[in-house]
Design a protein. Sequence first.
Length: 407
Amino acid sequence: MEQLNIALAAAGGTVLCLGMFTRWINRSYFSIPLLALISGILLGPLGTGLLLPTTWGDSFKILEEGARLTLGISLMAIALRISRNFLFQHRTSLIILLGLGMPMMFLISGLIVHWTLGLPFLIALLVGAAICPTDPVVASSIVTGGLARQHLPEAFRYGLSTESAANDGLAYPLVFLPIFLLEPNEDSPWLTWLWDAIMWPIGAAVMLGIGLGWGVGKSLLWAEHHKTLDHKAFLATSLALTMLALGLGKYFGTDSIVVVFVAGVVFSQLVGGAARAKEDNVQETVNLFFTIPIFILFGLMLPVEQWLELGWGGIGFTIAILLFRRIPVIFLLSGLMPLWKSWKLALLAGHFGPIGISALFYSMVILDKSGHEIAWVAGSLVVTASLVVHGMSAAPLARLWARIHEK
């Protein structure tokens, strides 16, 4: 119970401290997720030792479910920001990013893991699958601050947010492909993968998300029309929809991340979510309040000793992932994508493909389903590096972009 009270005080105190200085933070070399990570390091076994996750029971399961909840809330916030015609207007770019770009990043990441860490190829693909999606939590903290809104192009910001939200759920089949191929008792892994990782988890998730988003959206409109509400209910309704989608998605064995995003998009289109979210500052509230605790927890659990065991291979792996996982892919495909057609936008979008909570979530899934801890060790290493590199470069690059386009 003492650990619970310390954890509550630490999370609340960190939110308060960072919240008082968000304007300065968003214009500095530090992002809110990075500062939350540092807070976790200081509070945990690597620092003061006030919080010890190993005494809480299954800390990996806590991290998995905490990451799933954080992803769900962040995806809902992104879905509410998407304007009514954005998905249709930029459908070609998004289809290319998800249909070609994401599998390419998966294979490149797997090959880098194979070459730098010397792992068997299928196990390397496990790590590659976990770290290939662009993280919506870190991406949102980069593109929604005042400095980003002031200096970065709207197409870049909305495109990165939408891509990161969509590819998070679609990483599910990529994660389970090597899991099924590594299963020794699996007679037809490809057929199993087709049904158990695509047809049911993704197909049913889309249908469930459409139903939930439509039902909750219509209910909110009905309640507003008949004046049965005694308060502004948009933020509360969107959070409740997130919980409902996460719970039902998991209960029915679907990809609950996809359920949340689809439900959020349908709900937003019905109720005019983009305007309401802007009025209620939904994205800023989510970034400040709901993402800080998971990064504190991550800081408490950093497996530094296991990182050191990777040796020089771990350093080579981290640098290669940050340089080659995404930038070459976006450059190669930019000519086909009207969204980021210019080489400057392609370079910016290639750089800002952070690896974060989604990688931690899938690392935990891999550990649970296959027992391969390397996904957590390597994944947490590159997530930490991404928080430092992408978090500290966000404000300077936004200012640089503004200076270039002022000339």
